[in-house]
Write a protein that binds this ligand. Structure first.
Ligand code: ADP
Ligand SMILES: Nc1ccn([C@@H]2O[C@H](COP(=O)(O)O)[C@@H](O)[C@H]2O)c(=O)n1
Ligand code: MG
Length: 474
């Protein structure tokens, strides 16, 4: 195979391209170099080959466990999405004449029975938005002669007994499902299938089962169950599990590609109101008054969304009608921390939502682009016992965010107790922060194209602090 898929890096690269809260725009894009992972994307890296990353679901499990049936049910329920099914079976090596003569000694359940490099190259093409010809394997002749054309899709279901065996194949998947069906059920189905569909006699099926199928299941398939995100008992009979999986896929499809990589990134659901407000604050001709007004509205939405991620306790109250209302009580142990100066623009929204909230401050001085220096901090003494809403409207390279978060952690704040609220995030900053602090949550309202040579967010909205506090030139 020519190029080995570098799944996470590839995803990161592709996902860093333009996305406006659910929309992808072809052309005029600031693509991301691998160097973007260090926060050094160039604005000249314009790319027009934008392709949305498909959501790849791997379905593994023993032979006749119900993998294909589960995939068929998922496809049926995802009726209005573009979905394709790719079977690992299609990549069985065709048998040579010599192997054919001794077919009963051939182990079809060993990882070497598959042309995994071919599978990887087909998947790579599909992920790049190209159609591929996938071989059609014939279980009766033990050869693949023809192929079928598979078009790129939003969702790729990849199913097969040994899909989780090779780490390169596992690395392609956004979601891994293991279909867990009792061995006796699998054997019974296998006998039925192989005798009726594949013209095999029961003695041959049982011999193959005890010689190869069962040992390979124990040695190669069962040990990969640990890689699964979801284990489905009873396969296609488990309608609840399939419903939940379909719901999850639908949610993921509506999200920015970065959310598929980082479960700790939340981009608020876009509406035309939100797009309209973004349009206004990004317009260089917008007056200071309007800039502040619409920024405040957006900030309020981000703050409200961020508060939704705080823990709560259940409580009941009595309503004026004497009825019981079962509700929840807000988390009381929280504080805000604003990164001076832009972050201070978010304090009012936080105060308006959380009466009497304590707000600390951090000042990070930027010298050049990598020389970030913490010059001032004033934080509540008991900050380690609080959930912290970190406020900074723009996440660019991620350098100052990392400084601020490191400071909070050094004060004893658990990483999982920090919610970083911002208006816009550059993919580079998201990669840096989400990778370094996987338990922290980022809540933002839009993901940007990238950074320019001067490390400014593109398209961005200029110097937020200057525009908000009226200290720009105009
Ligand atoms: N829940 C089920 N109840 C009854 N038969 C089933 C069920 N799930 C699958 N089968 C049958 O068992 C056989 C194997 O199922 P399949 O989905 O092809 O498994 P796999 O892809 O894991 O080999 C097929 O003939 C299928 O019709
Ligand atoms: N020529 C072949 C190729 C494969 N098998 C068996 O198929 C099973 C995998 O297919 P599933 O759809 O059940 O996942 C595997 O157990 C192989 O033994 C075969 O019998 N003949
Ligand atoms: Mg199958």
């Amino acid at each position: 195979m020519g190029s080995t898929p570098k799944s996470v890096v590839d995803m990161i690269e592709a996902s860093s391209k333009v996305h406006y809260s659910g929309f992808h725009m072809n052309g005029h894009i600031n693509g991301v170099e691998p160097s973007a992972l260090q926060g050094t994307t160039s604005a000249s890296a314009i790319s027009s080959d934008i392709q949305r990353q498909p959501f790849v679901i791997g379905v593994a499990g023993g032979a006749a466990s119900g993998k294909t049936s589960v995939c068929d049910m998922i496809i049926q329920q995802l009726h209005d999405q573009r979905v394709v099914l790719v079977n690992q079976d299609s990549f069985y090596h065709s048998l040579t004449e010599e192997e054919l003569a001794r077919v009963h000694e051939y182990n079809f359940d060993h990882p070497d029975a598959f042309d995994t490099d071919h599978l990887l190259s087909c998947m790579e093409k599909l992920r790049q938005g190209q159609a591929v010809d996938i071989p059609k394997y014939d279980f009766k002749t033990y050869k693949s002669s023809v192929s079928r054309r598979v078009n790129p899709s939003d969702v790729i279901l990849l199913e097969g007994i040994l899909l989780f065996h090779d780490p390169r194949v596992r690395g392609l998947m956004n979601m891994k499902i293991f279909v867990d069906t009792d061995a006796d059920v699998r054997l019974a189905r296998r006998i039925k299938r192989d005798t009726s569909q594949n013209d095999r006699d029961i003695g041959t099926v049982l011999d193959q089962y005890s010689k190869f199928v069962k040992p390979a299941f124990d040695d190669f398939i069962l040990p990969t169950k640990k890689y699964a995100d979801i284990i489905i008992p009873r396969g296609g009979d488990n309608h609840v599990a399939i419903d939940l999986i379909v719901q999850h896929i639908c949610t993921k499809l509506g999200q920015h590609d970065l959310c598929k990589i980082y479960p700790n990134l939340y981009v608020i659901q876009s509406t035309f109101q939100i797009r309209g407000m973004h349009t206004l604050i990004r317009d260089s001709q917008t007056t200071k008054h309007d800039f502040v007004f619409y920024s405040d509205r957006l900030i309020r939405l981000v703050v409200e969304h961020g508060l939704g991620h705080l823990p709560f306790t259940e409580m009941q109250v009595i309503t004026p009608t004497g009825s019981v209302y079962s509700g929840v009580d807000f988390c009381k142990r929280l504080c805000g921390v604003s990164v001076i100066r832009s972050g201070e623009s978010m304090e009012n929204a936080l105060r308006a939502c959380c009466k009497g909230i304590k707000i600390g401050k951090i000042l990070i001085h930027r010298e050049g682009d990598n020389g970030q220096q913490l010059v001032y901090e004033k934080l509540p003494n008991d900050i380690s016992e609080r959930h912290v809403l970190l406020l900074d409207p723009i996440l660019g390279t991620g350098n100052s965010a990392v400084q601020a978060i490191n400071l909070l952690i050094s004060k004893g704040v658990p990483e999982g107790n920090i919610i970083f609220l911002n208006l816009i995030s550059a993919p580079q900053g998201v990669h840096v922060v989400c990778k370094k602090f996987p338990r922290l949550k980022i809540v933002t309202s839009e993901i940007e194209h990238g950074l320019n040579e001067e490390f400014r967010v593109i398209p961005g909205m200029g110097e937020f602090g200057d525009r908000y506090f009226g200290t720009d030139d105009d």
